[in-house]
Design a protein around this ligand. Structure first.
Ligand SMILES: Cc1ncc(COP(=O)(O)O)c(C=O)c1O
Length: 440
């Protein structure tokens, strides 16, 4: 089946989505947030329940995107509905602390070993922005190092070398900093140092060269995108500690594997960690936290804080209620279920690829997953960038036609708690059909 045929089927099934998308563009720039858009137009969804979505044309989909990984309990989980209803009855936004943010902070500090204090914001982007400010303030150093291909949100310090064209990136062992977004401050990329994943020798050399100007290293474990080796992450911790550079760990997607987070599984202790996605239970939230001596720079209760940080809706009570319900529902059994489904999916996809002779890399990080076609290794951004993106886009549409909603690009998809083994098995069959469709 050609891409045109796959697209024609999609258009036939979703005329109301198309109409609403076109109407929306006249008043709502792009009619969808960046991450939602895909050609020819994105679905408009009407409702969701458990692990299922329904669009405005009445088509249903097994949800393997789960709102960019954040809906770990699926949709309309009773624990979340009860918690937010209770909070709405008590008061939605009351202009002062309510105590619920302390409950949420305590829950996180009890669970994640490296957390002594946390602070809530409204998104992952804000979390990384403020973590970097703290790192700059306490270290007195200006620059930030991040890995090539890592995404830490949309602000100037980190929107560098997120998805740079391979022609612009320079030597693999010494990547060039490439600004990713338009409208950034001029020369801002000169403040950001780019590191290659899984090349420890080069990382050590680059960090040593810049150690006196580096406030922190941002480390994104690329959950469901690139399988970053635990040993590599542990070595980054040691190297940064030896060089006197703070390590900021981005668990915004990865905080799905166990109560203690990915860092608990990998057994390493960053100085600061950024959170988002699941900790809001579907509501906008972010958090950053870590060592008390660093976090206390934002504590303004005893005079002016060294770092001013504020936000009208930070630590919003309804988001906190949903977050607490989420974390409390994620028992050891729940994590075992989610991680077990992730492993079942990995085995099934690997077997399917081997049986059909498909060259692909499957990445499963707990319950976050991706499948990248046409590459025989996946160790860093440059391998990832060589994957067959056009095939993934056609397969994504074919999967929608079959009733499966994945993340576009088939990267950073996610499994939710109401998902069962039969959903996983039928997803593997659907991916196999999508591959055949897109290659006919
Ligand atoms: C690893 C990572 N860090 C940071 C962010 C930014 O989070 P937000 O979209 O909430 O600003 C994202 C978003 O997808 C992410 O994947």
């Amino acid at each position: 089946m050609s891409r045109d045929t796959i697209e024609a089927i999609y258009r036939d099934r979703t005329p109301t989505s198309r109409q609403l998308f076109e109407e929306g563009r006249s008043v709502n720039a792009g009619a969808a947030k960046g991450a939602y858009f895909h050609a020819p137009y994105p679905l408009t969804l009407r409702r969701a329940e458990g692990c299922e979505l329904e669009d405005v044309d009445g088509n249903t989909y097994a949800d393997f995107s789960n709102h960019h990984t954040s809906q770990v309990l699926g949709h309309n989980h009773p624990a979340i509905l009860d918690a937010i209803q209770q909070q709405i009855n008590d008061g939605i936004a009351m202009g002062s602390a309510t105590g619920i943010e302390t409950r949420m902070a305590r829950l996180m500090c009890e669970r994640v070993e490296s957390l002594e204090r946390v602070r809530f914001v409204n998104s992952g982007t804000e979390a990384t922005l403020h973590a970097i400010r703290l790192a700059r303030c306490i270290s007195g150093k200006p620059k930030v190092a991040k890995f090539e291909g890592a995404y830490h949100g949309s602000h100037d310090a980190v929107e560098i070398s997120v998805a740079p064209p391979l022609d612009d990136v320079g030597e693999a062992s010494d990547p060039i900093a490439v600004p990713t977004a338009g409208g950034m401050a001029p020369d801002v990329h000169e403040q950001t140092i780019i590191l290659p994943y899984h090349d420890l020798e080069s990382v050590e050399r680059i960090l040593t060269r810049h150690k006196d100007e580096l406030a922190c290293v941002m480390l994104d474990p690329k959950a469901g995108i690139i399988p970053i080796q635990p040993e590599f992450m542990r070595r980054i911790r040691e190297v940064t500690r030896d060089l006197g550079i703070l390590l900021v760990f981005d668990e915004i997607v990865a905080f799905r594997q166990s109560a203690g987070g990915l860092q608990g599984n990998v057994r390493f202790d960053p100085d600061l960690t950024c959170f988002g996605k699941i900790i809001g239970g579907g509501f906008p939230v972010g958090a950053y936290g870590g060592r008390a001596d660093i976090m206390d720079l934002v504590d303004n209760t005893e005079g002016a804080a060294s770092v001013f940080q504020s936000g009208t809706h930070s630590g919003h009570a309804v988001a906190m209620a949903a977050g607490i319900a989420t974390l409390e529902t994620l028992t050891d059994d729940a994590y075992a279920h989610l991680n077990g489904l992730g492993q079942r999916l990995k085995r099934g996809l690997d077997t399917m690829c081997a049986d059909k002779g498909i060259v692909a890399q499957t990445v499963v990080t707990g319950s976050v997953f991706g499948i990248h076609f046409g590459i025989d290794k996946l160790e860093n951004y440059r391998d990832f960038a060589r994957a067959d993106k056009a095939l993934a886009q056609s397969m994504f549409l074919s999967l929608l036609n079959q009733g499966y909603f994945l993340a576009q690009g088939l990267s950073m998809c996610a499994i939710s708690l109401p998902t069962g083994e039969s959903h996983i098995d039928s997803l593997i069959a659907a991916i196999s059909t999508a591959y055949d469709d897109a290659n006919e």
